[in-house]
Write a protein that binds this ligand. Sequence first.
Ligand SMILES: Cc1ncc(COP(=O)(O)O)c(C=O)c1O
Length: 390
Amino acid sequence: MDFDAIIDRRGSGSTKWDKMEELFGVSPDDGLAMWTADSDYPTAPCVREAVQRAVDHGIFGYYSDYAPYKAAIAWWMRERHGWTVEPDWILTSQGLGNAIALCLDVWSAPGDGVVTFPPVYHEFAAKIRKTGRRVVECPLARDGESYALDLEDAQARLSGDEKVLLWCSPQNPSGRVWTADELQAVADFAARNDLILVSDEIHHDLVYAGHSFLPTDVAVPQVRDRLVVLTAASKTFNIAGQRTGNIIIPDDRLRDAMSHRLRTLDYAPSSLGVMMIQAAYSPEGADWADAQLAHLDGNRRMFDDGINAIPGLWSMPLQATYLAWVDFSATGMDHDEIARRIRDDARIAASPGPAFGAGGESFMRFNLAMPRPQIREAVTRLQAAFADIQ
Ligand SMILES: Cc1ncc(COP(=O)(O)O)c(C=O)c1O
C-alpha cells in the first residue's frame, strides 16, 4: 500500500484542489491543499474493485439490496469498536453534513437553541445558522496540552430553549478522544437539559496508539432514548464524494421520527455508495485502514516536529484524526497576518481557526492526509514563512 505516491488531483473536480484558489487565494499551480478533510491518496483496493465490478456489469438501474450493506456496517462496529448495532437501527443519509441538518430539522424548530462545544467542526455552527436555529456555544476549556469540558460554565450559558446538542467524538479540530467519564458527563448534561444528543463519530477509526475510542452508545446506553449516532466510511476510506452516511438510532421512537422524515423526502441511498461502503467494511478494508493509520502517524510526527521547532508555533498533540490544530498565539501576530503568511508566503490553503468558533481565534487547521513528501514540503514552507520569529 503506497500512501506516498503523489497523484495530481487538479482538474478532477476535487473540492480541495480545484476550489483552493477561489476560496483561499492559493493557486493550485504551486500551492498545497491542506484544508477540507479528505485524503490525497487512493482508497483501499477492495473498494476500487467493488466499483470496478459495478462498472464491468455496466447497468446502474434502481437498487434495493441493502441487507449486506447494513450487515457490513454492523460487522465493522462490532469488530472495530466493540459496539453491537442492530442492522435495522441504521438509516442512511447523503453524508454526515446532510445528517446533521436532518437532525436539526427533525428535533428542533427555527429559533431553538443548539448546543456546541467549540472550537468544533465549523459546519456545526454553519448548519445551525442556515436552518434558522441559534448557536449556543459552550467553549471547551484549555487543559494542558488539550481541551476539557467545563459543564458548569456550559450550564450557565443555557437559556432553556435548547433542543439539540451537537457532539463531536473524536473531536475535530483538536483530535481529542473523550474518556468514559467525559461521555458520561456529557450524557448527564444532555439529560438534565432535555437535549437530543447527536454524536458525530465520523473520525472514530482514525485513533492513534495509546488512546481508545469509546462509542457514545457503548459508554452511556442509559441515554439511548435521546441518542443519535452519526458515522460514515468517508473519512476512513477517502470516499466522501459518494455522499453516503449512517444515522444510527437504537431507540424506536427516535428512529421512527427520522425514518419518517427520510421517507417524506424520498431519500434512498445511491447504489455505488452502498457498494463502496459494503466493500470497505470488510477484513481487507480493516487491513488497509490499519496501514493508513501507520502512515498518518508518521505524517503527524513529521509535521509536529517541524512545526514545534518554529518559535511561537505549537501543534496540539493529536489523539485522533488527521487534522493538525496549530496555535500561533505565541507569535504575537493577529489572525490576518498569520493567514497572510500561510497563504502568500507558504502557499498553503489551510482552514482558519476562527471558523471553528470560540477558542479557535489564534489557530489554523492543517489536513495531514497526504503523501509524506508533501508534509515535508509544507513544513519547509512554514519554517520559511515564519523564519523571522526568534
Ligand atoms: C466531524 C465531521 N462531521 C461531518 C463531516 C462531513 O461529513 P460528510 O462529508 O459525510 O458530509 C466532517 C468532514 O470534515 C467532519 O469532520
